[in-house]
Write a protein that binds this ligand. Structure first.
Ligand code: PFF
Length: 446
C-alpha cells in the first residue's frame, strides 16, 4: 500500500469477500424488496434473476478483467487500452455515478444508524417522524459518511478487506432465523404467494428496466467499482470462479431478504408498493411482536449497517482511486474532497423524506421525491448505460480475445467452452439486451 498509494488484496478469499461485501448491502435488503414490491412480486423476481445470470455475471467478469489488466481506476483503464479520447468518458460517468449513488445511499445507511440508536434509547417518535426530522437525517447521514471515510483512509487491505471478513456468515444466519420466524406469523402465506407465485401480466418494459437496474445496482456494476476492485487482484486470481461466487452470494442474500420481508409485510397488513421506506416500516413491527425482538432488531440493524459500510466504502473508492491515479492526489486529500462533495450532493436526498415539502412530493420521471428520483436515475439509467459501454469496449475495442488472454492467466487453458460462451454474451447478448430495454422504454417499439 505504502509504496505507490495503490495496494493489493491480502488474499484470494479477502478479495472475494471484499467484492461480495461491495455487492451485498442496502441494495439487497433495502432496495430489492421495495423494487419487487413496486413491480408486482414473483414475476419480477424471475426477470431479475435472469438479468443477474445473463447480463450481470458476464459484465462482472468483463469489469474485473479490465481492472486487473490495467491496474487502474475506470478512467485510466479505458484510456490505457484505447487511443480514442471518448472512452475515458465512460470512466468519468462512473466516477460521477459513484458520488451520485453514495449521496443517497448514505442517507439510507444513516437510517440504520438511527435505528440502532433508537433501539438503545427508545423514543416515541415513529419512522415517518424520524425521517422527517432534518437534524436527525443530516446528522446520521454525516455520521455514516465519517465511518466510510475512516475505513477508506485505512486503504485497501487493512481497511476494506478486514471489515468484510466477519459480516456475511452472521448476516446469513440472522436472515435465516428471521425467515423461519416470519413464516410462522398469521397471514404470512399471502406474502409467500406474492413473492413466489408469478403473475406474468405484471411484466412491462418498465419492469424489465427496473430488474436490469436492480441487477447492476446489487452487483455494483456499471460504474467501474469492479474495475477498481479488479485492479487490486493478483494475476493468479481465478476471475470466473470468484465472479460466480460473488454473484451467487449476492443473489442468495437478496432472495432471502425478500422471503424475510413479504410474509411479514402481509401479516402486518401493509402495502408492498410503498417505496423506499418499506423495510424500515415492516421490520420494526416484527421486532415488536417477537420475544426478545429488541435485541434481535439491534443485531439486525448493526449487521445491516456493516453491510452498508462495505458498500459505501466501495462507492467512495472509485472517485478516490481516480484522483490518486490520474491526478496524483494523496489518498487523504482525495477522500476529504470527495466526501465533502458527496455531503453537499446528498443534502436534498436527506431532506426529501418529509423535511422539505417540495423535495418530498416532487414528481419527475415517474418518481415521487428527490431520493427516489436519484435512485432511479443513477441505478436504472446510469449503471446499465455504463454496463453497455463496458460490453462494447471489452467486446469490440479491447477485444474479447485480449480479455480472455488476461483471464487465462488465472485459470489456465481449461474450460475453453466457457470462454466462448462468455465472449458471445459480452459481444452480442448483453449490449443488445440493454439496448432493446432502453429503446423500448423510450417508446421506439410503439
Ligand atoms: N451493490 C451495493 C448494494 O447492493 O447495496 C450498492 C453499490 C455499491 C452499487 C457499489 C454500485 C456500486 F458501485
Amino acid at each position: 500500500m505504502e509504496q505507490n498509494e495503490r495496494g493489493v488484496w491480502g488474499s484470494r478469499l479477502g478479495f472475494i469477500l471484499a467484492a461480495a461485501g461491495s455487492a451485498i448491502g442496502l441494495g439487497n435488503i433495502w432496495r430489492y424488496p421495495y423494487v419487487v414490491g413496486e413491480n408486482g412480486g414473483a414475476a419480477f423476481v424471475l426477470v431479475y434473476v435472469t438479468c443477474v445470470l445473463v447480463i450481470g455475471l458476464p459484465v462482472l467478469i468483463a469489469e474485473l478483467s479490465l481492472g486487473r489488466r490495467t491496474t487502474l481506476n475506470p478512467v485510466g483503464a479505458f484510456r490505457s487500452l484505447s487511443n480514442s479520447k471518448a472512452w475515458p468518458w465512460v470512466g468519468y460517468l462512473g466516477v460521477a455515478t459513484g458520488v451520485g449513488i453514495l449521496s443517497f445511499y448514505l442517507v439510507i445507511a444513516g437510517w440504520t444508524l438511527g435505528y440502532i440508536v433508537r433501539t438503545l434509547i427508545p423514543t416515541t417518535e415513529d419512522f415517518t417522524q424520524f425521517v422527517a426530522n432534518p437534524v436527525e437525517e443530516l446528522g446520521y447521514f454525516l455520521g455514516f459518511l465519517c465511518l466510510t471515510v475512516i475505513v477508506v483512509l485505512g486503504g485497501v487491505e487493512k481497511g476494506i478487506e478486514r471489515w468484510s471478513k466477519f459480516l456475511m456468515p452472521a448476516l446469513f444466519v440472522l436472515l435465516l432465523s428471521l425467515i423461519s420466524y416470519n413464516l410462522t406469523l398469521e397471514g404470512s402465506s399471502a406474502g409467500v404467494e406474492f413473492y413466489l407465485k408469478p403473475d406474468f401480466s405484471k411484466i412491462h418494459g418498465s419492469t424489465i428496466l427496473a430488474a436490469l437496474g436492480q441487477a447492476f445496482f446489487s452487483l455494483s456494476l456499471g460504474m467501474g467499482t469492479m474495475i477498481t476492485y479488479g485492479s487490486y487482484i493478483s494475476k493468479r486470481e481465478n476471475i470466473p470462479v470468484s465472479a460466480t461466487a460473488v454473484v451467487l452470494s449476492d443473489t442468495l442474500i437478496a432472495l432471502l431478504a425478500g422471503l424475510m420481508i413479504f410474509p411479514a409485510l402481509f401479516s402486518v397488513g401493509m402495502e408492498p408498493s410503498q417505496g423506499p421506506a418499506l423495510v424500515f416500516n415492516v421490520l420494526p413491527r416484527v421486532f415488536e411482536l417477537m420475544p426478545g425482538g429488541a435485541f434481535i432488531g439491534l443485531a439486525f440493524f448493526v449487521l445491516l449497517a456493516i453491510a452498508a459500510l462495505t458498500s459505501t466504502v466501495s462507492l467512495l473508492e472509485v472517485p478516490v482511486a481516480f484522483l490518486v491515479d490520474e491526478r496524483k492526489w494523496s489518498r487523504k486529500k482525495a477522500v476529504s474532497i470527495i466526501a465533502a462533495a458527496t455531503f453537499v450532493v446528498g443534502i436534498p436526498s436527506a431532506l426529501s423524506q418529509g423535511s422539505s415539502e417540495l423535495l418530498t412530493t416532487m414528481q419527475v420521471a415517474g418518481q415521487t421525491g428527490f431520493l427516489s428520483l436519484m435512485s432511479h436515475l443513477f441505478s436504472n439509467l446510469s449503471l446499465p448505460i455504463g454496463g453497455f459501454f463496458v460490453c462494447i469496449f471489452v467486446g469490440w475495442v479491447w477485444g474479447t480475445k485480449n480479455a480472455v488472454e488476461e483471464i487465462k492467466l488465472g485459470t489456465g487453458e481449461t474450460a475453453q467452452r466457457i470462454f466462448w460462451g462468455w465472449e458471445l454474451l459480452v459481444k452480442y447478448v448483453c449490449p443488445l439486451t440493454i439496448l432493446i430495454v432502453f429503446l423500448n422504454i423510450f417508446g421506439v417499439f410503439g
